[in-house]
Design a protein. Structure first.
Length: 276
């Protein structure tokens, strides 16, 4: 990445500066979540058809035939929509991240005009995220139907510990919550990955780790999760410490671990910026 600025505007009295963190964009997350809700509503409608058929007393063979047909139809639609939804999500996230990144640099450097040209790392981050999100979107349908099939088979064998209609309704709620998690987690992840790519390409080599500084931070003494876990390690202990983009911790940079709310405060060394 090359940063284009007017060098006469650059205030270089202070060589190292702290930039403001570039946070996830709420509207990007909401739009992504709403797109995923379209898929969960489709799955809910198809599952309700199975529930109604079961309630009518239809024979097991008819229920299974309609279930297999519903699975094939809805999975095909989810697969077809996955590419479009992921592409739109990443386009929106990239545009917002670039805009916020440039605003952060302008404030930190004290310049009126600044533009950035995305480099190879940004392109790679988007390419990797695209593959990951397409897979996650497709999995919403496959995981939903996997649970439905298990419930139907358990009901037929007499091993289901609740009415089938109740279990299918419960599965619908689980599917919706998973869509919410994907939207929230992936918005945080792509923000972290684009921040890393843009900062690294711009010549910003390190950052200061900042947690949400509340009781939910993993590792906080007396908090909800006082012991570090495999997914998040001990993020409390990292608060305020310097890390390098080239050397991530075992569970990744801020925002990489699932549901991680930590952020990276860029350490901007003016002499090392890639400027034009």
């Amino acid at each position: 990445m090359t940063i284009i600025i007017n060098p006469n505007e650059l205030d270089d009295k202070k060589n190292v500066r702290k930039g403001q963190p570039v946070r996830p964009n709420r509207s990007v997350k909401v739009n992504y979540r709403n797109a995923l809700y379209d898929i969960t509503r489709m799955l809910g409608k198809n599952t309700q058809e199975i529930t109604s058929l079961y309630a009518s007393g239809a024979p097991a063979v008819q229920i299974m035939d309609q279930l297999n047909d519903a699975i094939a139809r809805s999975q095909a639609r989810a697969d077809a929509e996955a590419e479009r939804i992921a592409e739109q999500f990443l386009d929106d996230a990239n545009i917002q991240n670039k805009q916020r990144f440039e605003n952060m640099l302008k404030q930190s450097l004290g310049v009126d005009y600044l533009s950035t040209i995305s480099g190879e790392n940004t392109a790679i981050a988007l390419q990797v995220a695209r593959a990951a999100n397409v897979g996650l979107i497709k999995s919403i349908a496959s995981e939903h139907w996997s649970k439905v099939l298990l419930a139907v088979n358990q009901n037929l064998s007499g091993t289901l510990n609740m009415p089938l209609t109740s279990r299918l309704k419960q599965i619908g709620g689980i599917t919706t919550k998973r869509a919410q998690l994907i939207a929230r987690d992936q918005t945080s992840k792509i923000t972290s990955q684009l921040n890393q790519a843009r900062q690294f390409d711009a010549g910003i080599k390190s950052y200061t780790w900042r947690t949400a500084e509340d009781e939910r931070v993993v590792g906080t003494p007396g908090g909800l999760y006082p012991k570090g876990n495999k997914a998040h390690r001990n993020h409390f202990a990292r608060n305020g410490k310097k890390f390098y983009w080239k050397n991530p911790p075992s569970d990744g940079h801020p925002g990489d671990a699932i549901n991680c709310r930590c952020i990276a405060i860029p350490n901007i060394e003016i002499s090392e910026l890639n400027t034009l």
